[in-house]
Design a protein around this ligand. Structure first.
Ligand SMILES: [Zn+2]
Length: 73
């Protein structure tokens, strides 16, 4: 029910250079897909952008789904 959640989404990006996952610190190699946090806000755009590996992204999506289910019938 928080507005912040509605503004945050993840963009799938193919790495051009090496990165480290912001959550598990796993190396994301050039050419690998990763997920960058993005915020639908002009003023915050591209600031505080975190990068996550596919594993962490999927774990977060799963957790979000479980939370949504908690409010379901
Ligand atoms: Zn990770």
């Amino acid at each position: 029910m928080s507005e912040h959640d509605d503004l945050t989404f993840y963009r799938q990006i193919k790495a051009r250079t090496e990165h480290n996952c912001a959550k598990c610190a796993q190396l994301i190699k050039a050419g690998d897909l990763y997920y960058a946090e993005d915020i639908k806000d002009r003023f915050l755009h591209s600031l505080h952008r975190k990068k996550f590996c596919r594993q962490c992204y999927q774990a977060m999506e799963q957790k979000k789904g479980e939370l949504n289910n908690a409010f379901g019938p």
